[in-house]
Design a binder for this molecule. Structure first.
Ligand code: PMP
Length: 344
């Protein structure tokens, strides 16, 4: 054989250009066409690869990072995994402060990528010294030659999606997109993507997804931070107990709230019907679509793009674990689990 070896130099070259996949059975009977932007095709299996690479390369360009320096972040898991991955290739130490709500799988995955992990209590306020924000800030002050990614308050998070996710969706839909449905956590994905899409066509509707227990929807509607909106919920990575500056509320047209239980069942349904093994928030995004269809949000001509942020393998001890589902009270009288698991 002759010719060139066809290989990538490292995994970072595979970040972005994720596929758009047409949905079928999950959207049966819905008006319009529905496509998933499947971010688990990134090498770190989530949309967060995009922001990790962009923010770290911008810091390098500004001379803020040199090999051996430390990168610190607060994360529900995905951003941490992506930062740890980029750090391995580029030769940085990686310290992550995570919420105790993160699944055990996610925490173990961060360690497998060489990160040092601080697990901080989930149900304390953001300004509590034990919160993962405060722990990360303190570590950044204490460790010389460190940078703090601070994704909730870093405009480069939003810029990463403005520069990649937005243009990709515009190109992949040949400019035909009418609606974007995306979860909001830091708000980077929805705001950056929306800004690009609205610049191309201001009529594209941007539909955010929020969790019950989060302040985002109420803040969008009233400009008021309502503490009464905050209570514990189970979906990881979606919604917030503070207002992130990475979110541009002006480019979002509306928010839909979804319940933990509905989102979990929807994620399982996507896996079983579309053959796409998706994470909890992908279920949340599709659940929002289902609710929006009931509100007649989409016409027959709608071209709807739904962002599926990460991969189902991160939730094996949660939504894909029948015992966990049962413990949450998410299986009612008839359990699909019993029908599928046959001891022989
Ligand atoms: N889904 C998952 C699984 C996430 O980890 C995140 C990030 N927190 C999101 C959705 C929301 O993305 P963004 O932070 O860009 O709003």
């Amino acid at each position: 054989m002759s010719g060139q070896i066809q290989a990538y130099n490292n995994v970072l070259e595979l970040i972005g250009e994720t596929p758009l996949i047409k949905l079928s059975q999950t959207v049966d009977g819905f008006p319009g066409d529905y496509y998933a932007k499947v971010e688990s095709f990134n090498p770190g299996h989530s949309s967060k690869d995009r922001i990790a690479l962009h923010i770290i390369e911008q810091a390098e360009n500004k001379g803020l990072l040199k090999p051996g320096d430390t990168i610190i972040e607060t994360t529900s898991g995905n951003t941490g995994f992506s930062i740890a991955m980029v750090s391995r290739i580029k030769g940085y130490d990686c310290i992550l402060a995570v919420s105790s709500k993160s699944s055990a799988d996610k925490i173990d995955m961060l360690k497998s990528m060489g990160a040092k992990v601080y697990v901080c209590p989930a149900n304390v306020s953001a300004d509590d010294p034990r919160s993962y924000y405060e722990v990360a800030k303190r570590l950044h002050e204490e460790i010389k030659n460190s940078i703090y990614i601070n994704q909730y308050f870093n405009e480069l998070n939003t810029e990463a999606h403005y520069m990649s996710t937005g243009p990709e969706i515009w190109k992949q839909t040949a400019g035909k997109i009418t609606h974007l449905v995306a979860c909001s956590g830091t708000g980077g994905t929805i705001s950056g993507t929306a800004k690009y899409l609205k610049e191309q066509n201001p009529n594209v509707q941007i539909l955010g997804v929020d969790a019950y227990g989060s302040v985002l929807k109420k803040f969008h509607e009233t400009q008021e931070f309502d503490k009464n909106e905050i209570y514990p919920y189970r979906i990881e990575g979606l919604g917030k107990n503070l207002i992130p500056t990475a979110t541009d509320f002006d480019v979002i047209d509306s928010f839909t709230k979804v319940k933990d239980e509905d989102a979990a069942h929807m994620a399982r349904k996507i896996s079983q019907t579309e053959g796409l093994f998706v994470g909890y928030t992908s279920g949340a995004a599709m659940q929002a679509v289902k609710q929006l269809v009931k509100e007649n949000a989409f016409g027959e001509d709608a071209v709807v793009v739904v962002i599926f942020p990460d991969h189902g393998s991160r939730y094996m001890s949660k939504i894909y674990n029948d015992k966990w589902m049962q413990d949450q009270g998410f299986f009612d009288s008839v359990s699909t689990a019993a029908e599928q698991h046959i001891e022989y």
